[in-house]
Design a binder for this molecule. Sequence first.
Ligand SMILES: NC(=O)c1ccc[n+]([C@@H]2O[C@H](COP(=O)([O-])OP(=O)(O)OC[C@H]3O[C@@H](n4cnc5c(N)ncnc54)[C@H](O)[C@@H]3O)[C@@H](O)[C@H]2O)c1
Length: 426
Amino acid sequence: MRAMTRRAFLKTAAAAAPYVVTSAALGAAGRPPPSRRAAIAHVGVGGQGTGLLRGFLSLPHAQSVAVCDPISDRRYNRAEMVNKHYADQAAAGTFRGCAACNDFRDVLAREDIDAVVIATPDHWHVPLALEAVRAGKDVYVEKPLGISVAHDKALREAVHRYGAVFQYGTQQRCFNTHCGFACELVRNGYLGQLKAVHVVAPDGATGGDPAPQPVPDGLDYDMWLGPAPVTPYAHDRVMGIGRWHIYDYAIGFIAGWGAHPLDIAHWGYPHVPVEYEGTGFIPSEGLFDTVVHWDVRGGYAGGAEFTLKPGGDKTTFVGTEGWVAPSRGGIAAEPASLLKVKIKPGEVHLLQDNHHYRNFVDAVLARRTPASDIDSAVQSDIMSHLGDIAIRTGRLIRWDPARETIIGDEEAARMLTRPMRAPWRL
Ligand SMILES: NC(=O)c1ccc[n+]([C@@H]2O[C@H](COP(=O)([O-])OP(=O)(O)OC[C@H]3O[C@@H](n4cnc5c(N)ncnc54)[C@H](O)[C@@H]3O)[C@@H](O)[C@H]2O)c1
């Protein structure tokens, strides 16, 4: 089925003028032929999406065939970047094979596309990934996962039902191999009995100018908003950092940045705390209204303590025999001899790869589970949602991990889902 799709790509692309089939396209210059490359569409090509695009362009087994963004100059510029990249590799020196589109459904309708890389603002992650998976595509989805727990669970169900390959954008899993090593220390008992998991992530932001402004030329604002409520356009909402800090589109850095160290927390100790209490500040002035200065405390069923606070980015695992603290920037441990441990062949090994994007493409081609799968993505994202709900309600939140719901608090349980603007739905 997948091989057919890529063969179809070769056939249609070769037939379509002005696509130029070069020696490189046919497998010279160290690249496998299109029949053995994953055809990738990039949906959302702003800051992170462009970084991902560059990363995927460097992979010989991937071919970027479309970019999609409701900001017209962005999508044309990035499509041009792709075309130039492949043209530079082609003997003919030309290449026009990358499409630029506004509506992601045009991408999903294409039979030749194997996988979709989603780097939109957070409110679009799950609705868009769901449509992609239902259209038979594999998905690389940026963190954080969904803007509600219901979103997360819906995507997980679809990924399993359709047998899609899913990679979460928690790139530390491959790019920062010391994070995986730290988790292996925890999983293999080198810290003794686990007593606490402390997670810090950069704090959110306040402010933003809410004054309505004209929608800029070339922006399809309705498509940008998608399932979010209709609100007057403001620069800080869309082009500024509002996309990360406005509750309609995100739950703020407690998830947006928290996703990274929480992913490591769950990788090392694959459980979700069952109790959460928290304080934080929810700005009532300006445009940004997601929680800042959060201070979440909780506990795991096994008795270990859990905290989530603002700070750098770090996950500290504390055990009876020592602690280890990986972050993007490095790793520390006490006793320091922990850092010299060699994980033995019969022990738990977590590291799959040292390149997160290649890891995804290889998984797409081999039909296997990549390094950051949907099940762990859902669990780590749930922790930030429950912390946020504890802060918003001001109450102790109790989580039933088997039923995956909040117990004993109906109002809080209702916060596990969010309405979506029609026609968009889960
Ligand atoms: N993994 C990481 O380290 C990392 C780093 C930064 C950002 N991110 C994540 O990447 C995502 C994007 O963040 P960003 O900073 O690049 O934002 P951005 O605003 O720069 O880019 C998002 C792009 O998505 C586009 N978009 C909006 N709706 C769309 C739709 N319906 N279809 C296609 N494109 C659409 C926007 O027009 C914009 O160009 C966020 O979810 C963020 O949390 C991850």
